[in-house]
Design a protein around this ligand. Structure first.
Ligand SMILES: [Zn+2]
Ligand SMILES: [Zn+2]
Length: 101
């Protein structure tokens, strides 16, 4: 019984091929410049969870969206018009509601 690999994701280090270890799942606030994603996340709003993995051999870190979001962006609902859209829009594509206003 091994308790630490309950995430069930098999990761190999892209650099050296070593099996990567899940370190933790971190909730990050989007819409601010984060320590994880650098300059990218000003496109985003809200919060999301990332799984953080590290390679025990070369120390490379990898980040993945937590949960069942592989290959597909999560959707969120516009608070103004109620339509669903990809969650990385800074504005609602339907009614132009701005998440930063
Ligand atoms: Zn490695
Ligand atoms: Zn809208």
């Amino acid at each position: 019984m091994r308790g630490y690999d309950c995430m069930g994701r098999d990761m190999e280090c892209l650099r050296c091929g070593e099996a990567m270890r899940h370190i933790k799942t971190e909730k990050i606030q989007l819409g601010q410049t984060g320590w994880i994603l650098g300059d990218i996340p000003n496109l985003l709003a809200g919060a999301m969870e990332v799984d953080i993995y590290s390679c025990p051999k070369c120390g490379k870190l990898e980040f993945f969206l937590a949960g069942d979001t592989e290959g597909e962006l999560p959707q969120k609902q516009c608070p103004k018009c109620g339509k669903m859209h990809d969650f990385d829009y800074p504005k609602c594509p339907f009614c132009k509601y701005s998440y930063y206003a």
